[in-house]
Design a protein around this ligand. Structure first.
Ligand code: MN
Length: 364
């Protein structure tokens, strides 16, 4: 098991790389989408949440794809700092919105994703995290709900406000879109769009040596903002895996999101997916409660026994990267850093204990 740190675009610099190395990380997962651009609801040193039904910000330049050259430079910078670049997390909505919407630019957007996959292969970056969703991460609220009154995020009920035209995946891709709302589609139609997408991009990913890693729907509700979701119960990840046996068809396994789900046994899900060797990397996070009422917690303080999770992953010989995902904001001058350091310290201690063969079996 490898310890990594997820860094947002504005954190991709030497200061943050040093912090990662100092905390015991060997890997970085990089976000290239600028979630914080022109958004007023997101403090830059926290995870993006937006307001409950407000977008994170404006998507990137639709005509500027990430090139092999800039990706190679990023990998080299990260390697110069003593780390490895394991994955790029998330596609920019500007580059693929009509794949999600089945819109007029779909063919162009398929070529966009194929180009990005080839560029990543050329740059030697092994994984692309993605989230096939219309509403994206929306419907979450912030409050002093974690231990000691630390600010965390969560959900306080379903969010059913429809998505306005020009917004997808919780970001604005067209600021001049005509007024109006995105019509609801069926779940069957959304699965069809995902299947078609994977059919067209997985062969390119495989040839480029890049794994596509799917994040489950966060928050995992059957519908969010009047649109269906794909993976909102643990068992639904299997349908995604079964779409293709390609070694590039992988999971970005978000433990917090799985824990927020209402059905199935959480530990069994971790066991089943890690035994199938289809987990590309892991978002390590704890929560209390289930959708539509849950809060993110400190890593040692939620409903999930995170040591038990690590023991399952260790037993199944999971050798991928794990990153802290989110943490509550600790009260100090560097809330993001403190939250990450706390989570990383917990993870490192448990991983060391497991790898050194200490018995971590529960008493009963
Ligand atoms: Mn996650």
């Amino acid at each position: 098991m490898k310890l990594g740190l997820g860094l947002y675009r504005h954190m991709l610099n030497d200061e943050y790389y040093s912090f990662a190395v100092q905390a015991g990380c060997t890997h970085v997962i990089a976000h290239l989408v600028d979630y914080f651009k022109q958004g007023d609801a997101n403090p830059a040193n926290n995870q993006p949440t937006g307001a409950k039904d407000q977008p994170w910000g404006v998507a990137g330049d639709p005509d500027r794809l990430w090139t092999a050259e800039e990706l190679t430079n990023l990998r080299k910078q990260i390697e110069a700092a003593g780390l490895k670049l394991e994955a790029i997390e998330n596609l920019d909505p500007a580059h693929w919105y009509d794949i999600l919407l089945d819109g007029p630019n779909r063919a162009l957007h398929i070529r966009n994703v194929q180009s990005i996959l080839r560029a990543m292969g050329e740059a030697g970056i092994p994984t692309l995290g993605y989230n096939f969703s219309l509403a994206g991460v929306s419907g979450r609220v912030r409050g002093p709900w974690a231990r000691g009154g630390a600010i965390s995020v969560g959900m306080d009920g379903p969010v059913d406000t429809p998505i306005p035209n020009g917004t997808i995946w919780n970001m604005i891709y067209d600021q001049n879109a005509p007024p109006g709302l995105l019509p609801s589609i069926s779940r069957q139609e959304l699965w069809r769009r995902l299947e078609l997408f994977l059919e067209e991009v997985l062969p390119v990913a495989e040839k480029a040596g890049v794994r596509m890693a799917a994040h489950p729907d966060d928050p995992p509700m059957p519908t969010v903002r009047m649109q269906p979701r794909l993976v909102y119960q643990p068992r639904m990840y299997q349908r995604l895996i079964d779409i293709s046996t390609s070694p590039s068809n992988m999971l970005e396994c978000c433990l917090g999101t799985l824990a927020e789900m209402t059905d199935d046994d959480f530990y069994e899900a971790v066991d089943v997916y890690s035994r199938q060797k289809r987990i590309a990397y892991i978002h390590f996070r704890n929560v209390s409660g289930k959708v539509p009422h849950y809060h993110e917690t400190f890593i040692d303080d939620g409903g999930i026994d995170m040591i038990r999770v690590l023991a399952i992953l260790h037993r199944n010989e999971f050798d991928g990267v794990m990153i802290p995902d989110h943490s509550p904001q600790m009260t100090c001058s560097a809330p993001w850093h403190a939250g990450m350091a706390h989570t990383l310290g917990f993870m490192r201690a448990a991983i060391m204990a497991l790898e050194q063969g200490y018995s971590l079996a529960p008493r009963d």
